[in-house]
Design a protein around this ligand. Structure first.
Ligand SMILES: [Zn+2]
Length: 95
């Protein structure tokens, strides 16, 4: 669809929604938009975007880190823990 179904304004660029009424131009655009959102959800860029948009940024950052940790494969977690333990063992005797 080339025009907004609500106000009839012509579509601008690659926007999925009409900027003035927040209505999707067509059902296909809605699907494409959701698909894009879904893909963005799993990226660092998407996480940053959500943190910036959140009212409580500290809380949002915590939630994002918790999600990232949950999605981290066990192997990677073991590597991270090993590195932390190694650094700890190296650094602690100095103090
Ligand atoms: Zn409109």
């Amino acid at each position: 669809m080339k025009n907004c179904p609500k106000c009839g304004q012509p579509r601008q660029g690659e926007e999925y929604k009409c900027p003035s009424c927040d209505v999707f131009y067509s059902q296909l655009d809605e699907l494409l938009y959701e698909d894009q959102e879904k893909r963005e959800r799993n990226t660092f860029k998407g996480a940053l975007k959500r943190i910036r948009a959140a009212e409580d940024r500290k809380q949002a950052l915590k939630a994002e880190l918790a999600t990232a940790w949950r999605n981290t494969p066990l192997k990677t977690k073991i590597v991270i823990w090993t590195v932390i333990a190694f650094v700890f063992v190296l650094v602690v005797p100095i103090f």
